[in-house]
Design a protein around this ligand. Structure first.
Ligand code: LLP
Length: 423
């Protein structure tokens, strides 16, 4: 590999667009997250273009990367947002995002969250259960509002991804069953004056690498839309969630946005012909490839069984390998051509789960050298924590030859702000 998305070697040095990663590491220290603005824009536009011809809206899943500087780039491109908390709504609005383009997902929205989201004027609630539906109706009526809803269904389709990020199977907590959905929406249309029944929605999982699970789930949604029409419930949109996978460099083939778009277009045809529009909620495919974690080798050591490369980033900075056994590509920041060794890349946290790679064949790195961990833009910084009282890493956005710190490294004072020692 001499390039990976926006990260490419120039004169033996890995750059993000026109900026050397070593210069960024020098400026902000390590570990740090680096994002490419042009890749964010390219990925967003590619996804949007893949759905050309379908009346649609793209609601970026804020949870994938919720840093203001990243949200602002997407908001400027005209994106909407898929949120799951008031915190995400706050971030979206702070970044200049339009609340009217927000869809609110999640199985556990509280009354307070509903009230605040109605007051902010969000576009649609994606409702996940009968109890939530009737509660939202009550809350809406109590404030004299009529809110747009889509009901999330569970199409019972296997997305063929990691079990922790599969969400559209019967055993998962998400959505309601297809039969229940029909009765529930019929009932709500008749009895819930606080609700405008606008759509049905699904999100079957994440890091999906084939088009067929989407096509299968859409076919089930199409049947539901048709059945509801015969009941007199006329929907105006369908929402097919997010879930499109990216290439983590493991050698798997991943369906492209264009192939996904073609499959979606074909499967949706019956409801598009009825004039319904499409909502989407992509996260990973928009930000995943744009971001990397840059870390420095602290020590190396070898025991009878293994070689370890100990770096200054840890599972608190990027928890995907620890949590899902996820694979992330890795490269030395300088001089990639050299002899390789088989090594475990691990962080300094006191847990065996604190690893980025196990038995990975990598160019042998010296103490003090920089390592690039790629495809870390999605669910990287957004899932970071302060475990081991480690300040969250800074984040940098590159544009051409320049870079901007979009999040400063946390300070120890910030970490303890809000804590009190009892007298
Ligand atoms: N819509 C809903 C309702 C979701 O729950 C999600 C992600 C998305 C959209 C965006 O999915 P995406 O396009 O990013 O696949 N932390 C895990 C991924 C969890 C995904 C949760 N839901 C990971 O690091 O792989």
């Amino acid at each position: 590999m001499s390039s990976y998305g926006p990260f490419a070697y120039k004169n033996g040095e890995l750059h993000c667009e026109g900026v050397a990663l070593s210069a960024i590491a020098e400026a902000v220290g390590t570990p740090c997250y680096v994002y490419s603005r042009s890749e964010l824009e390219r990925a967003y536009k590619a996804f949007d273009a893949a759905l050309e011809g379908i009346p649609h809206s793209v609601h970026y899943a804020v949870k994938a990367c919720s840093t203001l500087g990243v949200l602002a780039v997407l908001a400027k491109l005209g994106a909407g947002a898929d949120i799951v908390s008031l915190g995400e709504l706050f971030r979206w609005q702070r970044a200049g995002g339009d609340p009217a383009k927000v869809v609110f997902s999640g199985v556990g929205k509280t009354r307070d969250e509903m009230k605040a989201a109605i007051a902010a004027g969000i576009g649609c609630f994606n409702v996940e259960s009968a109890e939530e539906l009737y509660t939202l109706d009550e809350v809406a009526r109590s404030v004299g509002a009529k809110v747009k809803i889509a009901l999330r269904v569970n199409p019972d389709v296997d997305p063929q991804t990691h079990p922790y990020i599969s969400t559209g199977l019967k055993q998962n907590k998400f959505g309601v069953g297809m039969d229940e959905a029909r009765t529930l929406l019929r009932d709500a249309a008749a009895k819930c004056p606080g609700l405008q029944i606008a759509g049905v929605d699904f999100h079957i999982g994440s890091q999906i690498t084939k088009a067929s699970p989407f096509a299968d789930a859409i076919a089930r949604l199409v049947d539901l839309v048709t059945a509801l029409r015969s009941d007199g419930v006329m929907l105006t949109h369908v929402d097919i969630g997010g879930g499109l996978g990216i290439d983590y460099g493991k050698g798997e083939t991943v369906v492209s946005p264009a192939e996904y778009g073609a499959a979606v277009r074909a499967a949706l045809k019956p409801v598009l012909d009825l004039g319904l529009t499409l909502h989407t909620e992509p996260g990973r495919v928009i930000v995943g490839m744009a971001g990397a974690l840059v870390t420095r080798v602290v020590y190396r050591k070898r025991n009878e069984a293994k070689h370890f490369t100990i770096v200054d980033a840890a599972m608190n900075d990027l928890m995907r390998p620890a949590l899902y056994g996820a694979f992330h590509p890795m490269k030395p920041v300088v001089k990639p051509e050299r002899a390789t060794i088989t090594t475990d890349v691990v962080g300094p946290i006191c847990e065996t789960g604190d690893f980025f790679a196990r038995d990975r064949e990598l160019p042998e790195l010296d103490q003090g050298e920089l390592l690039w961990i790629g495809a870390a833009g999605a669910y990287g910084s957004a899932m970071a924590s302060n475990y081991n009282t480690r300040p969250r890493a800074p984040e940098v956005l590159v544009r051409g030859e320049t870079h901007t710190v979009i999040r400063a490294r946390e300070t120890y004072e910030q970490l303890v702000a809000g804590e009190t020692i009892p007298t």
